[in-house]
Design a protein around this ligand. Structure first.
Ligand SMILES: Cc1ncc(COP(=O)(O)O)c(C=O)c1O
Length: 391
């Protein structure tokens, strides 16, 4: 029997990371000590109060029934309370939807609003789900918005062809470039979306992973954003809970209602016990400042960041100390796939920039989700590989 993939699956671009992942697996199978600086999954554990709360909530038999497509009322209340404390933004219950991680919402929002041929403005480079899981799997057309280093990795709105554009994705603090933005940029983004009747999908998954007193804003802090925007958040990075699959979308009521319509036909909300744990996690914020454990978490990450960037610069690479995320976007001086493969030969896994889009070429994303000793060892290996290439 032969089963043919649907056309939309055939339209997905080749998975450029597959080759790298294959070599990584081979190296591991050969017993090679591979230092993985390639995935956006924190090595640090969730705070203990979360694992304790999880045990407690799982043990309660009442927490094992179906939830609602929109999420538990208690969870949605905790999200609106958090928005008030963290961003001074008021949200009503119909402006919050629980997600099985923000990736799910990013993919499903397009199902609710994108018709075949509708155009979706997607940053290049970017987290691949905007183009693939969201746009292409909903038969939309990807219109890349180039992010250039000289523009601080922000799109030039004036240069964008808005014809038939129905949706736009923006993500700051950014994966993979680690770029951040200020309120002025967000104001321009909201104006652009409103002027052109474009749904603005703002991915704020890294808002809480920040350094040097940088405070990541919410798009909903901008006047008028509620008319056009949906913002995605996640507990994955903030609370080191990537595997627990809990996130949320907030914003414009029609966008929330559309997303809920799709979700009600696909899932039944995140597990109740996870939502109850998430309430406890969000409630640790007393105001806009992060709670103590998060300050400690970010301090650990910041020390790693400093070690990684300082060493890379000493070796001769060009990269900035990011003030958010756990990524360093390094100018790798040429073919990013060749760079990544060369480092795999010395037991270091990094992500080639080309995997995030054509304009990611020439860069590599290096993640600091490993202890300092491992990062130091990885830098030694990178240095060795680099010196070898000079011979
Ligand atoms: C920019 C960005 N958005 C969203 C996600 C998805 O996170 P989750 O589905 O775990 O909430 C990720 C994960 O790496 C990401 O990098």
């Amino acid at each position: 029997m032969t089963f043919e993939y649907a056309d939309r699956i055939k339209r997905l671009p080749p998975y450029l990371f597959a080759e790298i992942e294959k070599v990584q697996k081979e190296k591991k199978a050969q017993g090679i000590d591979l230092i993985s600086l390639s995935i956006g999954d924190p090595d640090l554990p969730p705070p203990q109060f979360i694992t304790e709360a999880l045990k407690q909530e799982v043990a309660n038999p009442k927490n094992h029934n179906y939830s609602f497509s929109q999420g538990e009322p208690e969870f949605r209340q905790a999200v609106s309370d958090w928005y008030k404390k963290r961003f001074n933004v008021d949200l009503t219950h119909d402006q919050v939807v629980a997600l099985l991680g923000s990736k799910e919402g990013i993919a499903n929002v397009a199902r609710a609003f994108i018709n075949p041929g509708d155009r979706v403005l997607v940053p290049d480079p970017a987290y691949p789900v905007y183009a693939n899981g969201s746009t292409i799997l909903c038969d939309g057309t990807v219109i890349p918005m180039t992010l250039l280093e000289q523009n601080n990795f922000q799109p030039d709105f004036a240069a964008i062809n808005t014809e038939k554009a129905k949706m736009m994705f923006l993500n700051y603090p950014n994966n993979p470039t680690a770029a951040t933005v200020d309120m002025q940029f967000l104001r321009e983004a909201v104006d652009f979306a409103k002027d052109n009747n474009i749904i603005l999908c703002y991915d704020n998954a890294y808002s809480e992973i920040t350094y040097d007193r940088y405070r990541a804003p919410s798009i909903l802090e901008i006047n008028g954003a509620m008319d056009v925007a949906i913002e995605f958040h996640s507990l994955s990075k903030t609370f080191n809970m990537t595997g627990d699959r809990i996130g949320f979308a907030v914003g414009n009521k029609t966008l929330m209602a559309g997303l809920t319509k799709v979700k009600s036909q696909i899932d039944s909300g995140p597990p109740v016990y996870i939502q109850k744990v998430a309430v406890k996690a969000l409630d640790t914020y007393a105001g806009p400042e992060p709670p103590e454990f998060l300050k400690q978490n970010n301090k650990t990450l910041q020390e790693r960041r400093d070690l990684l960037v300082d060493t890379l610069c000493k070796i001769g690479y060009t990269c900035e100390k990011p003030n958010a995320t756990f990524y360093v976007w390094v100018n790798c001086k040429g073919d990013s796939m060749a760079f990544a493969k060369k480092l795999l030969d010395v037991g270091v896994a990094v992500t080639p920039g080309i995997g995030f889009g054509a304009h990611g070429e020439g860069y590599a994303r290096i993640t600091f989700t490993q202890p300092k000793e491992r990062i130091a060892e990885a830098c030694e290996r990178i240095k060795a590989a680099f010196e070898l290439s000079l011979v």
